[in-house]
Ligand binder design. Structure first.
Ligand SMILES: C[S@@+](CC[C@H](N)C(=O)[O-])C[C@H]1O[C@@H](n2cnc3c(N)ncnc32)[C@H](O)[C@@H]1O
Length: 276
């Protein structure tokens, strides 16, 4: 049985483990761009939508950016950044613009809010796999009807990213997003897999098969290298789809360095704790 994430010290009702708040301007541009282009996210952003950025870090910059980007879809959305760390909440007050943009102390309980969209980026990696899966369940249960959770991880400057889209029923899709010119091979993104998958990049697990297929197609797509890394990535994705992977997106998104597949094609084959 997994240990429940403890309450942050000395404060009531904010579930989670505060950590270093590493963040950077524009770090989350790829997931924001994907959300803006996602039919599911656009549909979730109903008039007056409440959106939460969970765990925004040392500065609220990525929350401010997320609000601006999503407002191209829904100009009247209300954005709330939640942090476990009270000092980070106080420091964010200068960026607030109530009631459209607010910062509050909160954790997995979402400070009692019921948002239509939650982004939790670079938050769950510090938890155990079991705790991260419990956090998924808890967060899904706190969404408004029709709500979505986007949970993922990226490097410090947002060139290698992976995320999972979930709704109240569970995980739906898995996305890799990268700057192809930053890659030696596509499996370089493995170190940025979300917690639910990072221990699963071993033979016998589906996510390992996907990364191996990407690497193999990347090698086969070498003749496209003279046209640039982006053209090689597009061809790599086309070949992965041709091999039978049920790729959900198309050339338009591949050109942005993305690839999205159903969660079922990467879901762990075994239960947490059974793989080192
Ligand atoms: C590495 S920073 C990520 C900042 C930003 N999201 C980004 O990707 O650049 C992780 C932040 O999540 C916060 N955090 C960890 N667990 C949390 C939880 N359960 N609820 C809210 N914030 C949490 C930590 O305090 C830390 O500030």
């Amino acid at each position: 049985m997994a240990k429940q994430p403890r309450l942050a010290a000395g404060r009531a009702r904010a579930l989670g483990l505060p950590t270093r708040g590493t963040t950077n301007p524009n770090r989350l541009r790829r997931v924001d761009r994907w959300m803006v282009g996602s039919a599911a996210v656009r549909e979730a952003l109903v008039p007056g939508a409440l959106v939460v950025d969970l765990g925004y870090g040392a500065t609220p910059v990525t929350t401010v950016e997320m609000a601006a980007r999503l407002r191209t879809v829904r100009p009247d959305l209300r954005m709330v950044g939640l942090e476990l760390d009270q000092e980070r909440v106080a420091a964010a007050s200068d960026a607030a613009d109530p009631p459209l943009l607010a910062f509050r102390r909160g954790g997995f309980e979402l400070a009692g809010l019921r948002p239509v969209l939650v982004r939790a980026f670079n938050v769950l990696r510090q938890y155990s796999e079991e705790d991260a899966l419990q956090a998924w369940d808890g967060l899904r249960g706190r969404l408004a009807p029709g709500g979505l959770l986007v949970e993922g991880t990226c490097d410090e400057i947002g060139r290698r990213c992976c995320w999972v889209l979930l709704d109240e029923t569970g995980p739906l899709t898995f996305t890799v997003a990268c700057k192809p010119s930053d890659l030696e091979t596509p499996s370089d993104v493995a170190e940025r897999l979300p917690k639910a998958l990072i221990h699963r990049n071993v033979p016998g697990e589906r996510v390992h098969d996907l990364l191996a297929a990407l690497d193999d197609c990347w090698a086969t797509a070498a003749p496209y290298a003279p046209f640039g890394p982006r053209a090689r990535w597009v061809e790599t994705c086309r070949m992965v789809a041709e091999r039978g992977w049920p790729v959900l997106d198309d050339r338009r998104r591949w050109r942005l360095g993305e690839l999205t597949v159903p969660w079922s094609t990467v879901a762990p084959a075994s239960t947490p704790g059974s793989v080192p």
